[in-house]
Design a protein around this ligand. Structure first.
Ligand SMILES: Cc1cc2nc3c(=O)[nH]c(=O)nc-3n(C[C@H](O)[C@H](O)[C@H](O)COP(=O)(O)OP(=O)(O)OC[C@H]3O[C@@H](n4cnc5c(N)ncnc54)[C@H](O)[C@@H]3O)c2cc1C
Length: 519
């Protein structure tokens, strides 16, 4: 075998120091770096001229395991990144936009999910109470402004499942400090200017302005939407999904809370508007709010007016500053790993912020690279093929799931909503599932891979939150009784948690001041 093919992979170069670059570098360094013989040498290059995107403030429960595994403390996250707990998302106005139109997609699975058919029993019972509230205590906790854990709960442990809301820029700083001081990542602040190639077309080195050529064996493209290595250099195209999910613009702004003691929301509040939808993320010190819209349907002036109207209605003080405008082309790369280069983060793709799946994909990508790190160049093509298959599948699942939110809407106020549910804009895979779900609830048989991005439970929360009609067969009496008993448990557990959990704001204040027990 050619000696280049058997040369061990040792030098990893991450290009880009946004959340994707630092999370990936830290994930690799925590377990594959260090001083032992055979350890990987990890270098991260970050341009002094190109700031990180600075949005991306909602994460999934997966972030707890990711941070724990790289050795970060949860208290440091809470203190240094203005972080708070996220228990899921609340969708306001997505069905028809009228009074009472809201539902939760909590992070906690329906009680006894997979053991009892709660969705079937709920459907058979006529759905008098909202689905999520019938099968899970978490929506009640969010409505009551309560936290997902107690002051005595150890770091990263939960009473009910949670992720975080945090300041994206501060998260980058914390990850950078931890990766460079505790994990041995070499940090180079310099502007990348060109690729130096081997004869076979692999990347040999990245040329920089001040540090010359930086050589490596594997290059991780974390250059954000610019996608400088995989896209610009290798010409791997973006598979656009604009025909399915039209949003390509966002206006983002940070606003103070109306007063410092208002309850701290622990769900991302996603509100539908005629022009698109707003995210509203509450940190202890401020809110991060943004409108997501499609330039094909709404111009920037109208979008800004809609954002300002939402801010006024939601009690925010008048904002003087212009919201920041961000454009993106919704889609994902035709391949993510090509030759000795793999893209992670926005460089790999971005659809839109709904359901906040982008950082979870970064975590999954970084963990895949860590777990499957090729021993040498010959192995790399096999790992690349597997990576490409796994992530093409995940992106297609994300597209179906995001589209579901729009496809089920009955809003009639604009073409934006009508076009979103036009059959021509629906992926065939989603269309098929919706046909099945007309007669049975989403189940594990629909999504059976290890580490599905959205489990069947998530589809149930959205479908029945959006009042989708499933005409199920009557359950066998024993199965009905088992599911009904689980729903009774939910009522009991909810009562206990409502009496026992602290207010979310109080918990965050307590943790900032006193810390929490170690994991
Ligand atoms: C409006 C919006 C809202 C979002 N909300 C969420 C959310 O709630 N939850 C979620 O999970 N995700 C969200 N995302 C996605 C999330 O922001 C990103 O996945 C995350 O921030 C990772 O970005 P990144 O590191 O890939 O890119 P960036 O943050 O753009 O970083 C790119 C890096 O590349 C470097 N770079 C660029 N050019 C060069 C060069 N020539 N030389 C050297 N370095 C260079 C830059 O210096 C920078 O460090 C959102 C995205 C948008 C657009």
């Amino acid at each position: 075998m050619n000696s280049e093919l058997t040369t061990p992979v040792r030098r990893i170069v991450v290009l880009g120091g946004g959340s994707a670059g630092w999370l990936t570098a830290a994930t690799l360094a925590a377990e594959l770096g260090g001083a032992a013989s055979g350890a990987l040498q990890i270098t991260l290059i970050e341009s002094p001229d190109v700031p990180a995107i600075g949005v991306g403030e909602g994460s999934w429960p997966t972030m707890r395991a990711t941070l724990h595994r790289i050795g970060l403390s949860e208290v440091d996250l809470i203190r240094e990144c203005d972080a708070a707990f996220k228990q899921g998302s609340r969708f306001d106005g997505w069905l028809h936009g009228g009074a009472g139109d809201r539902y939760f997609h909590p992070f906690t699975l329906p009680h006894g999910f997979g053991e009892a058919d709660l969705a079937g029993a709920w459907l058979q019972g006529g759905g008098a109470q909202a689905f999520a509230e019938s099968v899970c205590p978490q929506p009640h906790l969010c409505d009551s402004g309560l936290a997902p854990k107690q002051t005595t709960t150890p770091e990263f442990a939960a009473v009910v499942n949670y992720g975080y809301h945090f300041d994206a820029v501060k998260l980058g700083h914390l990850l950078r400090r931890h990766a460079t001081t505790a994990l041995g990542v070499c940090h180079i602040v310099d502007h990348f200017t060109a690729v130096r190639s081997h004869e076979n077309g692999d990347i040999a080195a990245l040329a920089t302005r001040e540090h010359g050529d930086l050589e490596g064996d594997l290059f991780i493209d974390c250059t954000g939407l610019a996608c400088l290595l995989l896209g610009e250099h290798f010409g791997v195209g973006l598979r656009s999904v604009k025909g399915v999910l039209f949003n390509d613009s966002a206006l983002a702004v940070q606003v103070p809370h109306a007063d410092e003691q208002v309850p701290l929301a622990s769900a991302t509040i996603a509100t539908a508007h005629a022009e698109g939808w707003t995210w509203d993320i509450a940190l202890p010190t401020r809110r991060g709010v943004g409108l997501v819209y499609a330039s094909s349907h709404t111009d920037d002036v109208v979008a800004e007016r809609a954002l300002r109207a939402y801010l006024r209605r939601s009690g925010a003080p008048e904002v003087e500053t212009m919201p920041r405008r961000i454009r993106f082309n919704p889609g994902y790369r035709e391949r993510f790993w090509h030759r000795n280069c793999v893209a992670v983060g926005l460089a790999a793709g971005f659809i839109e912020p709904l359901e906040a799946s982008a950082l979870a994909l970064v975590e999954l990508s970084a963990a895949f690279i860590r777990d499957e790190m090729p021993a040498n160049r010959a192995d790399m093509d096999i790992v690349a093929k597997r990576f490409n298959e796994a992530f093409a599948y995940r992106w297609s699942r994300i597209i179906d799931f995001l589209k579901l939110h729009y496809a089920l809407s009955r809003r009639e106020d604009t073409d934006y909503w009508r076009d979103h549910r036009a059959a021509a804009s629906q992926p065939a895979s989603l269309h098929e599932l919706l046909q099945l779900w007309a007669h049975r609830a989403p189940s594990r048989n629909d999504f059976y891979r290890v580490e599905e991005v959205f489990p069947a439970a998530s589809y149930q929360y959205v479908l029945y939150g959006m009042q989708f009609k499933t005409a199920t067969r009557a359950l066998h009496p024993d199965r009905l009784a088992a599911a009904q008993s689980r729903m009774k448990d939910v009522a009991t557990i909810t009562k206990r948690l409502l009496g026992g959990l602290p207010r979310h704001r109080d918990l965050v204040q307590h943790l900032r001041a006193h810390g929490m027990p170690a994991a």
